[in-house]
Design a protein around this ligand. Structure first.
Ligand code: KG4
Ligand code: ZN
Length: 357
């Protein structure tokens, strides 16, 4: 089965063609980082306009690199949420038009489910039950996955996402956007024990995350220590490198420690760590350590599949298409789309759950 995946939920315009949900025939990603860099974050209006400019050439490129015609595909999968509404609508409208023109089946995919499927290409098949840590610029969630397609949120951030914390801390230190890769690079030359930050724990004992207090603690440290933000990006001070290492180590300990604690309760057979922050080497190392202690494997996507891409959307969509799912022409974007379809906790959350049992 050849599936075209389309992803435009945030600031990457991406299209990919995937065979049988496991083999990438082509994958094209146009990043908008250059557009948003000077603002230190994604500007939604600029993002949707750029998606409009790029969607046609990017999909064309995916077909030409795959060396197949549009008539050869068996279905289309498109991200319908969560994400930025203007950005999502570009992909959803384009995918609907293409499905109509080609008379091919269409399915909507949850972006977070896509991130979970990003590990399908370069790892052995997932053994269930699995525990998935999805860490990106917009999301930080721990999902218990008892079988394919069934999700229970067992941990989530109460404020900022982990990637968002990297981006905000980088900004206040005068570093480039996106902050994650820059902080990781500086942290390699810094002492993670130089500044001690408390690992955020929830008052109610739940395995949730919180990164906004840590960002404020970094801000307070900068103010009180008199540390100067970076003015020349080529020459960061040792103090900045130490602070980057200390911040990164706190985030990594919080993520890996919580994943370990939850795994001891849910006894998964596989750990999955995916999303943009899964590029982080320190997080990978800490996750491998946790997996080693638990005696189970941990699967990561390769770095180019960790950040937003359409191959993961095609992979998640293939499962739905194979199960006979078909979207109607009323398919719409849902900025608040959740990924939880078992043991949904409360009525408020239930309103946003699409894929129920
Ligand atoms: O998955 P993604 O491309 O987009 C979202 O769905 O949000 O993730 C982007 C996020 C950014 O916040 C970026 O700073 C972070 O992933 N990131 C990293 C690293 N590479 C990207 N964070 C920490 N270390 C990295 N090496
Ligand atoms: Zn993402």
């Amino acid at each position: 089965m050849l599936v075209l995946g389309i992803e435009t939920s945030c600031d990457e315009t991406a299209a990919a063609i995937v065979r049988d949900g496991r083999e990438i025939v082509s994958s094209v990603i146009a990043s908008q980082v250059a557009t948003h860099r000077r603002f230190g974050g994604v500007v939604p209006e600029l993002a949707s306009r750029e998606h409009l400019d790029k969607i046609v050439p990017i999909v064309e490129e995916a077909f030409s690199r795959a060396n197949i015609t549009k008539e050869q595909i068996d279905g289309i999968a498109v991200t319908i949420g969560p994400g930025l509404i203007g950005s999502l609508l570009v992909g959803v409208s384009y995918a609907k038009a293409m499905a109509l023109a080609l008379n091919q089946p269409l399915v909507g995919v949850n972006h977070i489910e896509g991130h979970i499927y990003s590990v399908c290409f370069e790892n052995p098949p997932i053994q269930y039950p699995a525990l998935a840590l999805i860490v990106s610029g917009g999301h930080t969630n721990l999902f218990f996955v008892p079988q394919a397609g069934k999700y229970k949120v067992v941990g989530r951030t109460r404020d900022d996402a982990a990637g968002e914390a990297f981006d905000k801390v980088a900004k206040l230190l005068g570093l480039d956007y996106p902050g994650g890769p820059v902080i990781e690079r500086l942290a390699r030359e810094g002492n993670p024990k130089a500044v001690s930050f408390a690992i955020p724990r929830m008052g109610d004992g739940k395995p949730d995350f919180s990164f906004s207090g840590l960002k404020t603690a970094v801000q307070k440290y900068v103010r009180e220590s008199g540390l100067q933000p970076v003015s020349d990006v080529g020459k960061p001070s040792q103090g900045i490198k130490d602070l980057a290492a200390s911040f990164q180590s706190t985030v990594v300990h919080s993520l890996a420690g919580t994943m370990h604690r939850v795994a001891e309760e849910f006894l998964p057979k596989t750990l999955i760590v995916a999303g943009g922050v899964a590029c982080n080497g320190a997080l990978r190392e800490a996750s491998r350590e946790v997996a080693g202690k638990l005696g189970i494997p941990v699967y990561f996507p390769s770095p180019h599949l960790s950040t937003d891409n359409a191959a993961m959307i095609a992979a998640a969509g293939t499962v739905r298409l194979e199960a006979g799912e078909r979207a109607g022409w009323d398919l719409n974007a849902d900025v608040m789309l959740r990924l939880q379809n078992i043991d949904v906790e409360d009525a408020e959350l239930r309103k946003h759950v699409r894929y129920r049992l």
